[in-house]
Design a protein around this ligand. Structure first.
Ligand SMILES: Cc1ncc(COP(=O)(O)O)c(C=O)c1O
Length: 443
């Protein structure tokens, strides 16, 4: 029997579980679950166990698993045409996205427009944004922020500083990338207020410009409006406006990486909207197509014209089925009011958790915006990160059928990323489970 035939007969749960041994460890999966199906906020395994999925596939399945409208759009598009390559053909869902998405550009001044470029993954879209900034400004340098995560290609690893496991052993990486500290009040060396943290960031930027890089050599600032993999850190409100001002002063482009914070997650379509600033480029992925591989950048005005024909592209970017999922995703987000729901449920989640974490000495911080919520564990006296507690909480929640993730440089933050469709009852259940888990680990 061929290997393919053998795998076809392995239909019972036990046989599927046996096949897991063939998967390499690089994926570092924290559960052993083999999934059969997903619906809304829930997944069901081949063994029939149900879990409340507050990972959303790392912030992807914002409309819930297998939303019927998204699944139907995928099936319908797949029956018409799957691959209508962008160098050869236009396709309907792609054209629709080019019409709809630029309208979502954050804080676009009246009378201005924006344009869209589509690719497959977050990292690819980051690559596109940086290439565009270099082409548009003819400058070589990018300034990124400590704790930022932007992907795992060589270019995006060079921009990333969220944790050693991402880029360690992979040097040399592309040069002319400089990092300055992200304003992270809890871990700011000059004081723990938001003002202290912002002042430290801005002073570090001044120092960079005084010691290593002329500002007019800088093509772009690349920044996450809320730090994702780096620990779900909400920066001071004045951070992005301050960057915008410095960027304008020196002709630097401002690229916001909204791969994790965008698409409704924080209670605004893009998290940049909370700050009132207009970026030059917005990078999107994750929630854009409810799980189909799609990403993109939105660029202000005619910036995208800095790419001449053929200057950038890729075989699969803007795949027709992925675009159909993206159009359906936008419709679901609007028709079901999911941006407002994220703000409302985020408040419910944070309020519920605040009642549980207050007074717990090892909980150094509870923070978040909308449905992007983190609990940081640290020694109360030294602030030494406590990844052991974050991991213990994850496992105690898992035992109670709740899926969560960690983040932060030392994996010391438990991150909670529910789908935007989550219900009051599910939020309350998650809060109850996290409360029990906190009791169990006695943080
Ligand atoms: C903020 C941010 N940027 C970029 C990426 C890279 O996206 P992808 O994994 O799709 O390449 C991620 C992924 O987690 C992310 O969170």
């Amino acid at each position: 029997m061929s290997a393919v035939e053998e795998s076809r007969v392995a239909t019972d749960a036990g046989a599927w579980l046996d096949l897991r041994g063939g998967v390499p460890a690089v994926w570092s999966r924290y559960t052993d679950l083999v999934v059969e199906r997903g619906e809304g906020s829930w997944i069901e395994t081949v063994e029939g166990d149900r879990f409340l999925d507050y990972t959303s596939g790392i912030g992807v399945t914002s409309t819930g698993h297998a939303h019927p409208r998204v699944s139907a759009a995928i099936a319908d598009q797949a029956a018409h045409i799957i691959h209508a390559q962008q160098n050869i053909l236009y396709h309907k869902p792609g054209l629709k996205l080019h019409e709809l998405l630029p309208r979502r550009f954050p804080n676009l001044p009246a009378g201005e427009s924006a344009r869209l470029f589509l690719s497959n993954s977050g990292a690819e879209a980051i690559e596109a944004s940086v290439k565009l900034a270099k082409a548009a400004t003819r400058r070589p340098v990018v300034v990124a922020f400590r704790g930022g995560f932007h992907g795992r290609t060589h270019g995006t690893m060079a921009l990333t500083s969220s944790g050693i496991r991402i880029r360690g052993h992979f040097e040399p990486l592309p040069g002319s990338v400089h990092h300055v500290p992200y304003p992270y009040p809890l871990r700011n060396p000059t004081g723990r207020t938001p003002e202290d943290a912002l002042a430290f960031t801005l002073a570090s930027l001044d120092e960079l410009f005084a010691t290593m890089v002329y500002p007019d050599d800088v093509a772009a600032f690349l920044v996450e409006p809320i730090l994702g993999e780096g620990g779900y850190v909400v920066p001071p409100d004045a951070f992005l406006p301050a960057l915008r001002e410095i960027a304008d002063r020196h002709g630097i482009l401002l690229i916001v990486d909204e791969v994790q914070s965008g698409y409704g997650r924080t209670g605004r379509f893009f998290a940049s909207e909370w700050t009132g600033i207009t970026p030059d480029v917005v990078v999107m992925a994750k929630g854009i197509a409810s799980g189909m591989p799609l990403s993109g950048i939105l660029a202000r005005g005619d910036l995208l014209d800095a790419f001449g024909p053929g200057a950038h592209g890729g075989t699969y970017g803007g795949n027709a089925v992925a675009c159909a999922a993206a159009v359906a995703t936008l419709e679901v987000i609007d028709d079901e009011g999911l941006v407002a729901a994220a703000e409302r449920q985020g408040r419910r989640l944070l309020d519920g958790l605040a009642g549980l974490t207050d007074g717990r000495r090892q909980v150094a911080d509870l923070r978040g915006r909308g449905l992007m919520v983190g609990i940081e564990f640290a020694d109360p006296d030294t602030l030494a990160p406590r990844p052991d507690l974050a991991k213990a909480l994850l496992h105690a929640a898992f035992e109670r059928r709740l899926l969560l993730l960690t983040c932060g440089t030392w994996s010391q933050v438990v991150r909670i990323i529910p789908p935007l469709v989550t219900t009051d009852e599910e939020v309350d259940l998650a809060v109850k489970v996290i409360g029990e888990a906190l009791e169990e680990i006695e943080a």
